[in-house]
Design a protein around this ligand. Structure first.
Ligand code: ATP
Length: 229
């Protein structure tokens, strides 16, 4: 599913330098990424989503080398195959909660024909209900709490049943009940659809549920190291 060899990436005008010699992530794997603040966890998610491009080395997602795609192809690849829960949610305030959740269908015509049943009003209402925000569908994001916004962002990432789910601190703003509800939903959906799930977290209480944990301190501060299984 994901294959990384000799990856190098640095941000412009920054001394930060991410190097990963080798990392494979299997289809259907549930992977937790932990590590100190600033060690590059979000940067890796951005690279996996094709939002940023490696400087050197190979990064293949679903057998596709993202650096070889043009900007528009990479964007199409992302909206067709990847659900991303951003750390800052990235919800659109001018859209209702329902339309924020339905966004993948609004921006990708292919999804509307291939997976139309998932984008129906009923399917969106059911998904929102399962995350405890079924009564918020007509609201706009600025009227929601942080935890509610986070759950909208999770619904949006899951709605089109993507092959790869990338989630950056998806439980960071949630109370214990909603934290467990969210993890249950992520794990249930991933298992039912054989989705690969990669979650960045600082919450050590949730990592037992994952197949594998990678500690990013090994990649920190220009160090090159093998990922350990
Ligand atoms: N857009 C950017 N431009 C320049 N530097 C950036 C950018 N985004 C992140 N960085 C730098 O890259 C390094 C890694 O950041 P990143 O957000 O990947 O870390 P992280 O491990 O996810 O941290 P946290 O746990 O705090 O979210 C940091 O030094 C950060 O300042």
């Amino acid at each position: 599913m994901i294959e990384i060899q000799n990856l190098e990436f640095s941000w412009p005008k920054s001394t930060f330098d991410l190097r990963i010699d080798a990392l494979q992530i299997s289809p259907g794997e549930k992977l937790a990424i932990i590590g100190p603040s600033g060690s590059g966890k979000t940067t890796l998610l951005n690279l996996l989503a094709g939002i940023e491009i490696v400087d050197r080395g190979e990064l293949k997602v679903l057998d596709t080398e993202l650096a070889k795609l043009g900007d528009a192809q990479r964007r199409n690849f992302r909206v067709s195959n990847i659900g991303f829960v951003f750390q800052q949610f990235e919800l659109l305030d001018y859209l209702t909660v329902k339309d924020n959740i339905a966004l993948p269908f609004l921006v990708n015509q292919n999804l509307s024909s291939e997976k139309a049943h998932l984008g129906s009003d009923d399917a969106i209402a059911k998904l929102a209900e399962s995350m405890g925000i079924g009564d918020k569908l007509r609201r706009h994001p600025q009227k929601l709490s942080q935890g509610e916004k986070q759950r909208v962002a999770i619904c949006r990432a899951l709605v089109a049943s993507p092959k790869l789910i990338l989630a950056d601190e998806p439980t960071g703003n949630l109370d214990p009940a909603n934290k467990h509800r969210t993890l249950d939903l992520l794990f249930e959906q991933a298992a039912a659809n054989n989705q690969t799930l990669i979650v960045v977290t600082h919450d050590m209480s949730i990592i037992d549920g994952f197949d594998r944990t990678i500690d990013f301190s090994q990649y920190h501060a220009n160090s090159a190291a093998e990922a350990s299984a």
